[in-house]
Design a protein around this ligand. Sequence first.
Ligand code: MG
Length: 263
Amino acid sequence: MNNTFLKRGLAPVSIGIIAATLSYSAITLAEKAKEPWQLAEETEVWEPVPAVISVPANGIPSDAVVLFDGKNLNQWQGAEGGAAKWKIVDGAMVVVPKTGDIKTKESFCDVQLHVEWKTPTLITDDAGKLLDGQARNNSGVFFQERYEVQVLDSFNNKTYPNGQAGSVYKQSIPLVNASRAPGEWQTYDIIFTAPKFDSAQKLTSPGYVTVLHNGVLVQNHFEIQGATEWIGKPAYKAHSCAPIRLQDHGNAMNFRNIWVRKL
Ligand code: MG
């Protein structure tokens, strides 16, 4: 037996360890003393409370901006200025070929967009020649006037997959081809996260896009590579919030029930 140690008593370090052990035991006992509901409450988060919105039977959320309800083109203008020259037929806006793209009057950043579209049943040109590939009823939804989610008749119509319906044009092939036949209404539900730029015009965060085509996921948080290009590689160039643009690619594409939620 080491009498010296006993005479001197416990070293300060040992006292510390004992105190910590007792303290820990006390906490453990206190935790054990808690009822399960008390423990469950510790991981409940009560703020912030989400805003209450309503979603009526027509599916348009109460916080959405309605861009087209079948009645008029009041929310739209020509992409190069002036009035939108597309026509309204049976509650749908229809591309009048060669009148140009149209764009929203309002600018948007991050959004959730719902748009319905229908490709014409006629798949031949005026001379009776079969339209195929990119020529078969092409249009597009451009976010911020730059980033295109392709609209195309991709029902039994071969083209380069990064240019078919549901693609991020020339950037990302859709996960599946969820196309319906010509003449059937189809839906896009798209979550678009805008790219961010700093005050020196430098990209600080790329854009992202998630696309559901007829309710089916076809783009899953794809990182956009830059502005859509037909020729060459995409690249970013700084910009602010900007309109949503719909493409006149020379085909009488139909659109209806378009609404957007700002995120
Ligand atoms: Mg297009």
